[in-house]
Every structure is written in structure tokens, then in C-alpha cells.
Design a protein around this ligand. Structure first.
Ligand code: DBV
Length: 259
């Protein structure tokens, strides 16, 4: 079934057989009290069809982008990729306004032929600043401790990426199959909801900061988005599906678009 055309970043994403739909629906539902406004996303990124696999056995690939802005959140965006057995991805990032002392919300739920890769965190804008980190980590660590004991560790992450993760980075790799599915439906779903609920509580409580503070937060946000755009682990996959031009524009002009 061809997904219905999308004209606004707020139009619901409906991709047949996309396993991460309930997670996106959770997130969109929890954002409603914040009066989400449309966010400018060119049509080609709102919904993009393509194919992978071989000429003999082509596999349809669908990528959709849901996005909004709110009073305190510069950009909330979700990259939704469905390519059957080849890949199924939800990459959901909340970029706060630099006027508020808030971390990023980052969720990356990835299913590939060799297993599930699942990452969840309230990512620090400046990991070396306790004024920025402590109020978040003291509330996030108990949630992290609760769920991490149910999951195998995801293994080492690139050294250069470590400044962008908190000590409560919930990171795991799970095998395909029943056990993996069960842990995703129970542990990962609950952790996703609790991390997002805490994040949105922090947003509700956040007060505007001084110009000087906003400037230093903005500098930290630039370091994060520049790193993520340069080192995006999905670059290879998206380039295979849609070519380099579309992929570079998607990464720099939509997914990590802080200027
Ligand atoms: N990652 C993205 C976007 C994706 C995406 C926009 C649209 O930033 C998917 C999709 N992540 C994605 C895929 C893979 C990973 C891997 C497809 C698998 C790549 C592969 O194996 O071929 C967290 N994502 C990863 C990994 C980590 C993260 C640690 C495994 C290591 C790696 O392959 O690099 N989130 C990711 C990350 C940062 C972050 C690296 C850095 C700050 O915030």
C-alpha cells in the first residue's frame, strides 16, 4: 500500500509494517499539550519512496519526516525509515531553543538484518558544565538504572562521540526474534516513555536564561549538530537508498539543520 501523500510536517506518518509506529505515536501524543507548530520541511523529505535490493528482487524503501516546533523547542523531528528486512529505523531528536537550559532528547531505534540497535538518552549540550547536567542526571539516573538491568550492554561507542552522551545513555543491541521483540515491546517502550516524560517535564519547568548563557548553550548545540551531521552512521544506508545529493541535503538541511 503506497503511503498517503504528506504536505505538512505535522501530517501523521503512516508507513505499512513500520514497527516503530507506536513509539512515534506515543511521542506525538505527549507533545500535544505543548501546542506543536508545523516546521518547514521540503516535500522531498516529508515522504520519499525508493527501492533497494536487486533488480530481480527490489525492496521498496519509504522515508518520512515528522517535525514540529514549540515555544521552548527549536525543532522536534523524526526520521522514519522502512525498508523491510533491510532496515527499519526511528531516529527521533528534540532540539531545544538555546534560550532554555535543556539537553537534547535522542532516540535511535534501528533494526538491521544482523539485529536491533537501540539508543536512548537526554544528551548534554555541554557535558563539562554541572549547572547544565546535574539537574537532569539526578532525575534520569534512577530511570536508567531501572531499565538497564533488563538489557545487555550495547558495547563500546566511538570515543569521539562520548562528549554527547550522558551517564544514563541506555544503549543495547538485541537479536532478531521473539526475545528481542519482547524486550522492545516491554523494556524499550517503557524506557522510551519515561525518558520522554522526564524530558517534557524539564521543558515545562524551564525558565528563559540570560543572553550570555544562551550564547554558550548555542555554541554547545552547534558542536553536537556539527558532529552528528558529519558522523551520521546512517549516511551509508541512506546514500544506498536515495543517492548522495538527497542524503547530504536531508542530513544537513533537515535532520541536523542548526545554522
Ligand atoms: N542514526 C542517525 C540517523 C539515523 C541513524 C539520522 C535515519 O543519526 C541510524 C537514521 N544509527 C543508524 C543506523 C545505524 C546507527 C548506529 C542505521 C547502524 C549503522 C550500521 O551499523 O551500519 C547513536 N547510532 C549507531 C551507533 C550509535 C548510534 C552509537 C553504533 C555505532 C555506529 O555505527 O556509529 N546517536 C547515535 C550516535 C550519536 C548519537 C552515533 C552521536 C552523538 O547521538
Amino acid at each position: 500500500m503506497t503511503p498517503s501523500p504528506r504536505h505538512s510536517s505535522l501530517d501523521p506518518v503512516q508507513i505499512e509494517g513500520w514497527r516503530w509506529q507506536p513509539f512515534l505515536d506515543d511521542a506525538v501524543g505527549k507533545l500535544q499539550p505543548f501546542d506543536p507548530q508545523p516546521y518547514g520541511v521540503p516535500d522531498t523529505f516529508l515522504l520519499k519512496q525508493g527501492s533497494t535490493g536487486s533488480k530481480a528482487r527490489p525492496v521498496p524503501v519509504t522515508t518520512a519526516t515528522w517535525a514540529c516546533g514549540t515555544a521552548k523547542l527549536r525543532q522536534v523531528r523524526s526520521a522514519c525509515v522502512e525498508a523491510g528486512a533491510a532496515a527499519s529505523v526511528l531516529n527521533f531528536v528534540i532540539n531545544p531553543s538555546c534560550r532554555y537550559d535543556l539537553p537534547f532528547f535522542g532516540a535511535e531505534l534501528v533494526t538491521l538484518p544482523n539485529g536491533h540497535l537501540l539508543a536512548l538518552d537526554l544528551q548534554p549540550v555541554d557535558k563539562s558544565d554541572p549547572e547544565h547536567t546535574e539537574p537532569v542526571w539526578e532525575r534520569l539516573m534512577p530511570i536508567f538504572e531501572r531499565w538497564r538491568q533488563e538489557l545487555p550492554d550495547g558495547g563500546p561507542i566511538p570515543e569521539e562521540a562520548q562528549p554527547y552522551f550522558s551517564p544514563a545513555f541506555l544503549w543495547t543491541r538485541l537479536p532478531l526474534g521473539e526475545e528481542g521483540d519482547r524486550l522492545i515491546e516491554t523494556v524499550i517502550r517503557s524506557a522510551f516513555q519515561e525518558y520522554l516524560e522526564l524530558y517534557l517535564k524539564l521543558v515545562e519547568e524551564a525558565k528563559p536564561v540570560s543572553d550570555a548563557r544562551a550564547a554558550s548553550l548555542l555554541a554547545g548545540q552547534h558542536r553536537y549538530t556539527t558532529y552528528r551531521a558529519e558522523k551520521d552512521p546512517a549516511r551509508g544506508m541512506l546514500t544506498r537508498f536515495y543517492g548522495a545529493d538527497w542524503t547530504e541535503a536531508y542530513i544537513h538541511d533537515v535532520l541536523f539543520d542548526l545554522r
